[in-house]
Design a protein around this ligand. Structure first.
Ligand code: GDP
Ligand code: MN
Length: 380
């Protein structure tokens, strides 16, 4: 789960990382009030779950409350890389002497956390890595040994930061960022830019923060930060019904049991010349309610022209799934043709049950490839 800048900064603050004071605003009038409260020059920042806001005109300085209101008017509604701005962060403007970059993330290859620090902040880190790799200091932290202060010193010297006052502040920021990363179950904590003010004070001016979805149950306060309006409506409905669903761009609705099977079903649809409309995993179930919920979510997408059920019975039994499908079709009207491929435990019984009931618009196929071809044909 990606956090907005202002949410990431809230977590930074909890761990002692210095940030500027600010307020959230969702209308120009609120932006004016925020600027009034903060006093002096402010910066008005688009809150969207994508980077490059500065270049896209989503970060602007405002000298007074009037100016903040007008600037907010310009930025709200702006489309930044496909994300429409609905919220702003109004923050005390900083004076910037230098822009550094600091992040910690996973290095999956090394099976360790990886810190990166450079004096060349403010631009995309990929650019620094490509054009000036020597300026980028990298340092691994073994998760079992944990963070040791000497490591921060190595990182700081590696980046060529020789001002003692800066070194001292960075030493504690690096330690705090590591704690923030581990204790929040984060996958990425990135500060770009990490600024040095003309007075020599170091502060996080931006935040990019990703938390591991699978650990959210341990962090109800972070889970609550999820902004449902930032997701496609189909995914919002799925979340409410507890259906594992990801929207894609195609026309063939997909339903299967087991994430691996569903992933390969997406591939087979592509192989058959079609495009999947979604990823949807029924899990180990297959009972009528689970099928109804999943079908409701899948058919809410107006692009869906056919639906493919791909079921491999391991623990799930084919006859149970077949009955689930029939019951679901009694409870709801599905306009699109449905192709069912049943294999594994009690597949034969399942197919017989479907053949006997023979609901209109339902086709059974024995293999995954034939089922995919049929579904693609029917979607054409
Ligand atoms: P991003 O473009 O999405 O990464 O957004 P940032 O939060 O990093 O802001 C982009 C740029 O705006 C920064 O690199 C700064 O140069 C500038 N900026 C942001 N906040 C301030 C501020 O308080 N004062 C000044 N002078 N510039 C700022
Ligand atoms: Mn940034």
């Amino acid at each position: 789960m990606d956090l907005y800048e202002y949410q990431g900064k809230e977590l930074f603050r909890r761990f002692g990382i210095p940030t500027s004071e600010g307020r959230v605003a969702s209308t120009p009038v609120e932006a004016r009030a925020a600027a009034q409260e903060l006093g002096g020059q402010v910066v008005v920042k688009a809150q969207v779950l994508t980077g490059g806001r500065g270049k896209a005109g989503g970060v602007k300085l405002a000298d007074n409350p009037d100016d903040a209101e007008q600037t907010a008017e310009q930025i709200l509604g702006l489309d930044i890389n496909g994300h429409v701005v609905r919220k702003l962060w109004i923050e005390d403007a900083s004076e910037i002497a230098k822009e550094y970059y600091l992040s910690v993330t996973f290095d999956r290859g090394a099976k360790q956390s990886l810190f990166m620090l450079t004096k060349e902040g403010g631009v995309e880190i990929e650019e620094v890595a490509a054009n000036n790799p020597d300026a980028l200091a990298r340092l691994h932290v073994d998760p079992l040994e944990g963070y040791q202060p000497y490591q921060a010193r190595q990182l700081i010297y590696g980046a060529g930061i020789d001002d003692q006052n800066e070194q001292k502040q960075l030493l504690s920021i690096i330690e705090q960022l590591y704690r923030c990363f581990v204790e929040s179950d984060a996958m990425l904590c990135e500060i770009n830019p990490l600024i040095v003010t003309p007075e020599g004070e170091i502060r996080a001016l931006d935040s990019k923060f990703t938390v591991d979805d699978n650990a959210l149950y341990r962090h109800p306060d972070i889970a609550e930060m999820r902004d449902l309006e930032a997701y496609p409506p189909e995914e919002r409905a799925a979340r409410e019904k507890n259906v594992t669903y990801v929207k894609l761009d195609g026309e063939v609705g997909i339903l299967g049991n087991g994430a691996g099977l569903v992933m390969s079903t997406l591939d087979v649809i592509a192989l058959a010349g079609g495009r999947p409309a979604n990823f949807c995993d029924l899990g180990g179930g297959g009972d009528a309610q689970g099928v109804v919920d999943a079908l409701e979510v899948i058919t809410a997408d107006p692009q869906v022209r056919s639906i493919l059920f791909n079921i491999f019975g391991g623990i799930t039994r084919g006859d149970v799934v077949a009955r689930g499908i029939l019951q679901a079709l009694e409870q709801m009207t599905i306009e699109q043709p449905i192709v069912v491929r049943l294999d594994g435990t009690n597949a034969e019984e399942g197919r017989e049950i479907l053949a006997e009931a023979a609901p209109p618009n339902l086709h059974t196929e024995a293999t995954m490839l034939d089922a995919a071809r049929r579904a693609v044909e029917l979607a054409a």
